[in-house]
Design a protein around this ligand. Structure first.
Ligand SMILES: CC(C)(COP(=O)(O)OP(=O)(O)OC[C@H]1O[C@@H](n2cnc3c(N)ncnc32)[C@H](O)[C@@H]1OP(=O)(O)O)[C@@H](O)C(=O)NCCC(=O)NCCS
Length: 178
């Protein structure tokens, strides 16, 4: 069984954006294909992920998918987290996975834009936060490309601890004024 945590960091390589890839709000009927994206990343059978994929729609006010040629190739979402310090209360990016076969075609950038748009529709003017493992450099570069700014590094944010010991708190505009 293959369990891959983070994508290899390859800053010397650049992707080729694919116009066939679009991001949209997800629907419950997408859960099965979202489970396939999850299993493409970690090697577990997709039925192992089906319950989690289905529950996303109960847990997350914003769920988005990316698709190419009618096939779902990535997903993300956003949730409100409050009262779990350290870390500000507010909207946080959830998930964010792209099927490995589709990496470096601009899919994650489209997913993050769709998440930000979904949050802005529900809560105009709200900041969108995200947390990343400090060793996940591919995701950190991605967030900066998507307009996020690094706010802080630390051992724990909103109840999440990090393999390797440190995480990064990021924010998407409108940035907090504190
Ligand atoms: C991180 C991840 C979501 C990126 O998805 P993606 O669709 O390949 O990303 P994009 O094609 O939109 O990349 C946009 C930019 O992000 C940066 N980036 C993305 N992947 C990168 C990598 N492996 N190495 C270096 N930079 C990377 C680059 O700046 C890239 O632009 P470029 O290709 O023009 O150089 C994907 O690798 C993945 O699913 N990883 C496993 C799950 C994960 O770590 N999620 C993040 C949780 S915080």
């Amino acid at each position: 069984m293959i369990v891959v945590m983070f994508t290899a960091y390859e800053p010397e390589r650049h992707g080729v954006p694919d116009d066939a890839i679009t991001a949209r709000r997800a629907q419950l009927r997408d859960a099965d294909e979202i489970a396939h994206v999850m299993s493409a990343r970690d090697g577990f059978h997709h039925t192992d992920h089906l319950t989690r994929a289905t529950h996303l729609f109960d847990r997350l006010p914003v769920v988005v998918v990316a698709q190419a040629h009618a096939m779902i190739i990535g997903w993300s979402g956003a949730q409100i987290i409050a009262g779990r310090h350290p870390g500000p209360d507010g909207w946080y990016v959830a998930g964010l996975e792209v099927s490995p076969a589709w990496h470096r075609h601009g899919t994650a950038l489209k997913l993050l834009a769709a998440v930000a748009d979904g949050v802005a529709r529900l809560d105009p003017g709200a900041t969108l936060f995200s947390i990343c493992n400090a060793t996940n450099q591919a995701s950190l570069d991605l967030h900066l490309r998507a307009g996020f700014r690094q706010l802080e590094r630390g051992p724990q944010f909103v109840g999440v601890t990090f393999e390797g010991g440190r995480g990064v708190l990021l924010a998407h505009p409108p940035f907090p004024t504190w």
